[in-house]
Design a protein around this ligand. Structure first.
Ligand code: 6PG
Length: 256
């Protein structure tokens, strides 16, 4: 295991997607408890896609539900598709169904990206502003999340940062509207790399054999140019939680 400031990612490989959800949910509770005892609150950005669903369900059920400091937890979203919150492709809808609707997190602590907004640039700017207020960040200072959860697509995308996207070069805005031609819903909003890399902890959740190749590309070659390789928290920890199939092509992977 590495320590804070260690640029090397910390890898944990577990048997399967179920074990991944268990490990992720337990880690989230641990990070939340540490954050609350250190700073009286826990700020987390949820990932979309399918992989985290089971993790969210674990958090919403005993025993973890009772352990989470919900009243001290603030929840954001790392990305959202340009759809209303009740749309089947909405990341908020998934998180709400699996987690938020089932736990006593105060409604005012849940900040959703307005996928239904007419102007995604405006919605992204509003989200950045809200975040700055919640974090009490100074002008020009990026909020530092206690935890940002990320999934990864088979093309190496993270949040809604896709390979070759001009938004990968963003240096100023924490949240941006993007157009991802390859995605089923191309219009999206996403955290940018500066915001992701300002986090105290970034945790990837990756499962399934179809991800093995890209996991290898990202973890064995820091200069792969893939969006996932660009996640390097400047002063935080980077953790990869993988199941065996996703880690299958990693020479160094140790199971536990
Ligand atoms: C999104 C996501 C995206 C996701 C990956 C992996 O809104 O699509 O946030 O970045 O995490 O596509 O998705 P799976 O976990 O479903 O493979």
């Amino acid at each position: 295991m590495g320590s804070a400031m260690d640029p090397k990612p910390e890898l944990t490989v577990v048997d399967d997607a179920t074990a991944l959800a268990d490990a992720a949910a337990r880690a989230i509770v641990e990070i939340a408890e540490e954050a609350v005892s250190a700073r009286r609150r826990f700020t987390v950005a949820l990932a979309g896609g399918n992989t985290p669903r089971t993790t969210y369900e674990r958090l919403a059920a005993a025993p973890l539900r009772e352990q989470m400091p919900w009243d001290r937890t603030w929840i954001f979203f790392g990305d959202e598709r340009a759809v209303p919150p009740d749309h089947p492709e909405s990341n908020y809808r998934m998180a709400n169904a699996a987690l938020l609707s089932k736990v006593p997190v105060p409604a005012a602590h849940v900040a959703r990206l307005r996928g239904e907004a007419e102007d995604a640039d405006v919605a992204a700017a509003e989200y950045s502003k809200l975040m700055t207020e919640v974090f009490g960040s100074r002008r020009g200072e990026l909020p530092s999340f206690d935890l940002i959860l990320l999934g990864m697509g088979i093309d190496g995308h993270i949040a809604s940062l896709f390979p070759g996207s001009p938004v990968l070069k963003e240096v100023f805005r924490p949240v941006a509207a993007v157009h991802a031609a390859a995605a089923s819903i191309p219009q999206r909003m996403t955290f940018t790399l500066p915001l992701i890399n300002a986090a105290a902890r970034v945790m990837f959740l990756v499962a399934g054999g179809e991800k093995a190749k890209v996991v290898k590309a990202v973890l064995n070659d820091a200069s792969s140019g893939l969006p996932a390789s660009m996640v390097r928290p400047t002063a935080g920890r980077l953790t990869w939680l993988l199941d065996k199939s996703a880690a299958a092509l990693l020479a160094t992977a140790k199971s536990r």
